[in-house]
Ligand binder design. Structure first.
Ligand code: GRF
Length: 238
């Protein structure tokens, strides 16, 4: 049984998708804890209601990044994690912290990495005029929003798209790919060779969502709408 510790800073919808998938699909894993750097992160309520241990390490109480990361690592390591999952965790991590969890820490970033690291990824995509946008689950390395890519989801960018419509169409895709990537990890199916992630036995590492009209997405901006359900063309197990 593998221990997963999930870090959030806010809403926590990706965390929720992972918690649900772990229970529904009976992974050989348990969510050992959900930790946040913000005491008011809405996702903490969901986790606590599921009976998952929750904790807060408030970055505002630490004089610098290094001391915060040290306290955070202590809180994480108390749960003996096999995998640390960053799910909307909005802190830049020190190289020492990243090194401590090398090969056992994942992140989801709302772009097709290596394009558009950092913030405002949907705006960046629109300004670049790309016709395909997406999200990436990757192992965390010292470079921000970088590291071996486990799984990506791609959506079409239309002329009417806005940052909001892209975010609205992408989020349901994130909720598919992140649990799948975590499941592969806890099943011991991921190998990294020369910075490229392989799944053993192989499964497609790309989810392509059909284009949804911007109008649909705009009318369902909370992204939980069924009207923007992505189509999984990978045939991968859920
Ligand atoms: C997601 O879009 C994720 O890709 C990004 O931050 C957002 C977090 O959303 N890193 P949530 O807190 O999981 O709902």
């Amino acid at each position: 049984m593998k221990n997963i510790v999930i870090l959030i800073s806010g809403r926590g919808s990706n965390m929720e998708a992972i918690v649900r998938a772990c229970a529904e699909q009976a992974w050989p894993a348990r969510i050992a804890a959900v930790l946040s750097n913000r005491p008011d992160a809405p996702g903490l309520k969901f986790a606590a209601a599921q009976g998952i241990p929750v904790g807060v390490v408030d970055h505002r109480h630490y004089p610098d990044r290094a001391s915060f990361d040290k306290a955070l690592a202590k809180a994480i390591d108390a749960h003996v994690p096999d995998l640390v999952v960053l799910a909307g965790f909005m802190r830049i991590l020190t190289p020492e912290f990243v090194e401590h969890y090398a090969g056992r820490m994942m992140n989801i970033h709302p772009s097709l990495l290596p394009s558009f690291p950092g913030l405002h990824t949907h705006q960046q995509a629109l300004e670049a005029g790309v016709k395909v946008h997406g999200a990436s689950v990757h192992f965390v390395t010292a470079a921000l929003d970088h590291g071996p890519i486990v799984l990506q989801a791609a959506i079409e960018v239309g002329p009417e798209d806005t940052p909001e419509t892209l975010a609205g169409r992408l989020l349901p895709c994130e909720h598919q790919i992140y649990p799948r990537a975590v499941r592969w990890f806890v099943e011991g199916r991921l190998r990294v060779k020369d910075s490229v992630v392989h799944v053993d036995p192989p499964e497609p590492q790309l989810l392509i969502a059909l284009a949804a009209s911007s109008a649909d997405a705009a009318s369902a901006p909370d992204s939980s709408s069924d009207s923007v359900t992505p189509v999984d063309t990978t045939g991968a197990r859920q």
